[in-house]
Design a protein around this ligand. Structure first.
Ligand SMILES: [Zn+2]
Length: 353
């Protein structure tokens, strides 16, 4: 098909590379003879020599390369991020979006390992609150002192009381044209509004920093129907970045994928009709996916829907037929991102692109 593709390649963690240079070159040689690739999103291994080889390889072919950089999730790395604090005081793997230390620690890590390399841009990942897939308490985000200072306009005790009883008011509401969810309960609405502002503020700060380094900025977002629930106000975030990549993952049995996140919602509330009614035909129907696409049609950034192309036994059961179907659903978008690791894409999938 006639798409301009963005390819995501998971080169490894901060500590360890997933592939050798030879493996990457062999796979990419094969892919590039078949499809037109506009940009690569590669990360986040810190091996300078490997990264330089990758950059040279793609730059020779006039393909731009963005560094894939995860933010609010502490790996076994040196950032020592301030963890998110739940409303009962537990701490979680996801980290606080408000604490300035976290933005600074991410920038410091970038400067140490990547700033000297000629990346064309940065792709911000995990810049959101935890979802319910990290646990019910985690799903409401951070109640640390810094975050609470920012919640002064919210009756936080009233919201906590609703959380304690899994109250349906935590679900009831309507989407607007841009996918922002307006909760019927005024305090729940104020709470979620503030959360999204704190995430948008962090995106603004980081985008300003990376723009000052002459880098383009892209961002990974939850699927449009789920994004606001994890603090991502699509319309607002799109003002600060060059492109957004909503994760339209329908075949992955893991956090951030649409069916997985949807089912966690249902599990946490006795009656979730107030939520499920927004998914016409169920979370995976073409109708539901198209309904979500309407949320992002007119945002002030390029939209690059992300579809899964890596079959992984027990994790992602996509195949050539599913990829073909998704390409058709998203046909009005010129750009498509093939996620999340092209190294695992098989020949049958490559053949339908
Ligand atoms: Zn916090």
């Amino acid at each position: 098909m006639d798409y301009q593709y963005t390819l995501q390649l998971h080169s490894g963690t901060f500590q360890k590379s997933n592939y050798s240079w030879e493996e990457i070159k062999t796979k990419c040689d094969q892919i590039l003879t078949h499809i037109q690739v506009k940009q690569m999103i590669i990360g986040w291994n810190t091996d300078t020599e490997l990264n330089q080889k990758i950059l040279d390889y793609f730059h020779e072919k006039d393909i731009r390369v963005l560094l894939w950089f995860p933010l609010l999730l502490q790996e076994n790395d040196e950032r020592e991020l301030k963890k998110m604090e739940g409303y009962h005081g537990n701490s979680f793997d996801f980290c606080c979006p408000t604490h300035l230390h976290n933005a600074h620690a991410c920038i410091a890590l970038y400067e140490k390992y990547f700033a000297k390399l000629p990346f064309d841009g940065i792709f911000l990942d995990k810049i959101r609150y935890a979802s319910f897939s990290q646990g019910y308490e985690a799903g409401f985000g951070c109640f640390c002192e810094e975050c609470m200072k920012q919640m002064h306009s919210v009756d936080i005790d009233a919201v906590k009381a609703l959380i304690d009883t899994h109250d349906i008011r935590l679900l009831r509401g309507e989407y607007d044209r841009c996918g922002r969810y307006h909760f019927a309960d005024s305090q729940v609405n104020a709470f979620y509004k503030r959360r999204s502002q704190l995430i948008s503020d962090l995106v603004f700060k980081l985008a300003a920093y990376f723009n000052s380094r002459k880098l383009i900025v892209g961002i990974d977002l939850f699927a449009p129907i789920l994004a606001y629930h994890v603090g991502q106000n699509i319309k607002e975030i799109a003002k600060y970045v060059d492109f957004i990549k909503p994760m339209m993952y329908t075949h992955t049995n893991a956090p951030a994928a649409i069916p997985y996140e949807y089912n966690v919602y249902l599990r946490n509330f006795e009656s979730s009709e107030a939520f499920s009614k927004h998914f016409p035909g169920g979370p995976l129907s073409s109708e539901s996916l198209r309904y979500q696409m309407d949320f992002i049609k007119n945002v002030p950034a390029t939209v690059i829907p992300g579809i899964e192309i890596n079959p992984i036994s027990g994790v992602c059961d996509t195949n050539a037929e599913a990829v073909q179907k998704h390409l058709h659903i998203f046909r009005e978008f010129k750009n498509i991102a093939l996620c999340w690791d092209v190294m695992r894409m098989d020949d049958e999938i490559l053949a339908v692109l």
